[in-house]
Design a protein around this ligand. Sequence first.
Ligand code: MN3
Length: 382
Amino acid sequence: MVKNLSLLGSTGSIGTQALSVVDNLGINVVSLTANKNIKLIEQQSRKFKPELVCIFDESLYKKLKLNLKDCFLRVVSGAEGLCEAASMGSADMVLNSLVGISGLLPTMCAIESGKDVALANKETLVAGGELVIEAAKKHDSRIFPVDSEHSAIFQCIQGNKSKQISKIILTASGGPFWGKSRKWLENATIEDALNHPNWKMGNKISIDSATMMNKGLELIEAVWLFDKSPNDVEIVVHPQSILHSAVKYIDNSIIAQLGFPDMRIPIQYALTYPDRVDSGAESLSLTKYSELNFYEPDHKTFKCINICRKAIDKGGLYPTIVNAANERAVELFLNGTIKFLDIEKCVLEAIKMQNVDNIISISSILQIDKKTRMFVDNYFNI
Ligand code: MN3
């Protein structure tokens, strides 16, 4: 089990749940980071007594430092501060629960300092999968999935041989709009989209779940985590979110992981692997769920899964473009600038961009990310 943990993004949905897991397991927290929420990170710092606290928003640095002046800890800020938190000498694992491509550099810092990474930040693998996986191999750093589906797959492959896997079966809840028509989606509101039936999550992932982009990003995440081709990953809609994903083997045996939808289980498994301990999650009664349903995705109504499939098939920086266009479009949807279906529309346009450099490096990834965000703003005349 992990002894000393650096927790990136401690005030978000995964971060706060991770702290309840950490508290339950008695793991020592060596660093905490937040984007803007200085009130919550101050409370967390007083309770968990880390050595280092990072506030990403530099304008809040002085205030946080002042508020914590009676505590024995160091306060840092910005992207450099995040990397410092990710590479602390005293940490044996880094849990990255940042949102978006902002998680990429800290993940690389953690890997390059030889830390194991518990990864809840899927955009890191979508935008920079090849780099991240190569660096992890080179620095002997292990990546443990925290995303519930990928944790399920990880649990289903234990004790089996990767080359005997015939399919990864990635389940999707279908999101809040499963069963709706294109016509209905045109006028979907922010409130509708944030209202997920099974999981309470942060805003960005809730919108991704409504567009089904989340499942497309998770397809790419699975390709990198489990070293499989996109064709080996099948997506199945399962509205109850009880079966969290499955793996089919060459003998046609399917091994699945089931449980009550509770993020504490995948978070904890990444921290206690290969052990299992009491999680506090509700015990699942199979007779209570006497019916579990599975459907093919509706690709006519929700186009984002196939956009992601196309991007990972094209390879190179195309997944980075999809991720960037989507991140920017979700921001614009959440601030009321664009409509729900505009998200998918602009991502589709963005992958038509020409002259995409296929040399994959941190700088080419960050460059195309920026260029794509500008493309999206131009597309909507912002
Ligand atoms: Mn997921």
